[in-house]
Design a protein around this ligand. Structure first.
Ligand code: HEC
Length: 214
């Protein structure tokens, strides 16, 4: 017991000596336990630095680089990627209701882009026709949705966008691989695929009907 008290007393003195009274100013060099935390090789913004030839830490933009956030052009004007807008979320602003219509400007060019992006990102599973017969079926992925299901045809555009972005059930989201404009382009192309299947001879202009039967 006597030794315990002695050792305990010494321990208290030691702890107080090392940890206590750290607030005093001193001109002596402090003990640095982890010097790499205090002294790091790093660039401080807007301060001179010898690392680059021009002596600056913040380098000017390199020609041709793309800013991380540029405005997205929609049918209703420009929208930034961080805004609560249907373009970014698929929802009507401030609600959790899906937007009915694709907010982008839809052109022949964007449809082509959608076709190309669909072929790359969706057709391996959903098939080139959207009927769920992609190559992955051969390898055992049996539950891929048929995109011509009535339920999916009737989904608002915003919901399709949401499924592509966040995924649903067994399908993963594609927000990380496919950017916002391309996801909407895929939605337009998917609509074209669905329309193509639902269409009838009456949708074809009279003059071109003859070509169909050839
Ligand atoms: C790796 C395979 C795979 C890829 C690639 C894929 N999907 Fe899917 N998708 C699935 C599976 C599996 C389901 C069914 C999910 C479930 O219900 O469990 C599904 C379901 C869906 C649904 C229906 C969701 C619902 O409410 O039932 C839509 C719409 C859809 N996918 C669209 C797309 C689009 C558009 C792309 C391309 C960007 C895409 N998918 C890429 C596997 C895939």
């Amino acid at each position: 017991m006597r030794y315990f008290l002695l050792i305990f007393g010494l321990a208290v003195v030691l702890v107080a000596a090392i940890a206590g009274k750290r607030g005093d100013m001193t001109r002596r060099t402090p003990i640095e336990v982890f010097p790499d935390m205090d002294r790091q090789l790093k660039l401080r913004p807007i301060e001179p630095n010898g690392f680059f030839e021009n002596g600056r830490s913040s380098q000017p933009h390199i020609a041709g680089t793309i800013a991380r956030s540029t405005a997205i052009r929609t049918a209703a004007g420009a929208v930034m990627p961080y805004e609560d807008s249907p373009v970014n979320t698929g929802y009507r602003a401030g609600t959790t209701n899906f937007v009915e219509l694709n907010p982008m400007v839809i052109s022949a060019e964007s449809m082509k882009r959608g076709q190309q992006r669909y072929t790359i990102n969706c057709s391996p599973c959903h098939g080139q026709l959207g009927d769920g017969n992609g190559i992955t079926k051969k390898y055992g992925m049996a539950v891929v949705a048929n995109l011509h299901d009535k339920r999916i045809v009737q989904m608002p555009d915003g919901e399709l966008f949401h499924v592509i972005s966040q995924g649903r059930n067994l399908m993963q989201g594609y927000a990380a691989q496919v950017d916002v404009e391309d996801r909407w382009a895929i939605v337009s192309y998917l609509r074209a695929l669905q329309l193509a299947r639902l269409g009838s001879v009456d949708d074809v202009p009279e003059a071109q009907r003859a070509a169909l039967t050839k």
